[in-house]
Write a protein that binds this ligand. Sequence first.
Ligand SMILES: [Zn+2]
Length: 142
Amino acid sequence: MAKTKSKAIGIAVGAPKQACSDITCPFHGNLSVRGRQFTGTVISAKMRKTAVMEFERLHFIPKYERYEKRRTKLKVHNPDCIAAKEGDVVMAMECRPLSKGKNLVIIQKLGAQKGFLSRMEARESSKIEKPKKEESKEEDEN
Ligand SMILES: [Zn+2]
């Protein structure tokens, strides 16, 4: 098969405009997709050909008959022809295990998430101011 031509991957998504020479690309390589699909936001694209995708889901708590929000982070393969960046909303689909923690590949970019930067900044600022355990320890000894 010619490398410049993309193949159909079995589900109705358009092939990316660019071509790539990644052998683990569902459009230009030998990777086949199957199974589960996830849609989420890329929160890190610093690794080589790997991105971290995150999405929120609702988890039901029977005692209170209410839902809580939970976040799921997944490592996904990021082929050169798609090259998703931080803040992109992407659709990923299951494939064979590509590494210890990666068995999904991005198949489509759905656009940018609104307010992504301010959301990540807010999350970063809420992380600081944690190590204050020594004071409470002293109180326990008394
Ligand atoms: Zn490709």
